[in-house]
Design a protein. Structure first.
Lengths: 116, 115
């Protein structure tokens, strides 16, 4: 059983550009969360998707948007990139989160985004 | 607002020595509590979690953590560390009894192992 996968592994962009990161959840998982991890920091919650809708959002600007597809995979889009957006972006998937079971979040290896 | 404090940025211990990583949280009630480990190039892996019940929680890789409500702490321990334990460790809190799965992470403690 494949775990959470993310693509690409690394990405280099310049300021003002747009970027799309992709995540495939663990088999059977229906909820995807995205986190941003700046260097030397803990991950920060960006948003969560369930049933193809954004269900919860952290303290991130509207430049950060996402999408969830019918197969539960997800994309994170960031517009008008800033230098401060350079970070490791982590995707986590959860099984049946809506049942409030406190189910474990399984994290992918992340996408390292560098903004020049 | 929920918050997590890991007061030690970097800890070095000798292989075979015992380990304790500190974690304090701020929350109005008893939150869900987690410890994750992150190795270079790897995603976050859950070591253990506390939701309720016995305050001493056993996890994977020989780790355990103790929830102390009076101290708002959830310290991670291991009786004898191995060189492979060198990694970044994150304490985290989540909202109980909620379908919201947002997790608040601490800033992490980097563990180095002295041969």
């Amino acid at each position: 059983d494949a775990g959470v996968t993310q693509s690409p592994t690394h990405l280099i962009k310049t300021r003002g550009q747009q970027v799309t990161l992709r995540c495939s959840p663990k088999s059977g998982h229906d909820t995807v969360s995205w986190y941003q991890q700046a260097l030397g920091q803990g991950p920060q919650f960006i948003f969560q998707y369930y049933e193809e809708e954004e269900r919860q959002r952290g303290n991130f600007p509207d430049r950060f948007s996402g999408h969830q597809f019918p197969n539960y995979s997800s994309e994170l889009n960031v517009n008008a990139l800033l230098l401060g957006d350079s970070a490791l972006y982590l995707c986590a998937s959860i099984w049946r989160s809506r049942l409030a079971l406190g189910n474990e979040q399984f994290f992918g290896p992340g996408t390292r985004l560098t903004v020049l | 607002a929920q918050s997590v404090t890991q007061p030690d940025i970097h800890i070095t211990v000798s292989e075979g020595a015992s380990l304790e990583l500190r974690c304090n949280y701020s929350y109005g009630a008893t939150p869900y509590l987690f410890w994750y480990v992150q190795s270079p190039g790897q995603g976050l892996q859950l070591l253990l979690k506390y939701f309720s019940g016995d305050t001493l929680v056993q996890g994977i890789k020989g780790f355990e953590a103790e929830f102390k409500r009076s101290q708002s702490s959830f310290n991670l321990r291991k009786p004898s560390v191995h060189w492979s334990d060198a990694a970044e460790y994150f304490c985290a809190v989540g909202e109980p009894y909620s379908s919201a799965s947002k997790i608040i992470f601490g800033s992490g403690t980097r563990l180095s192992i002295r041969p």
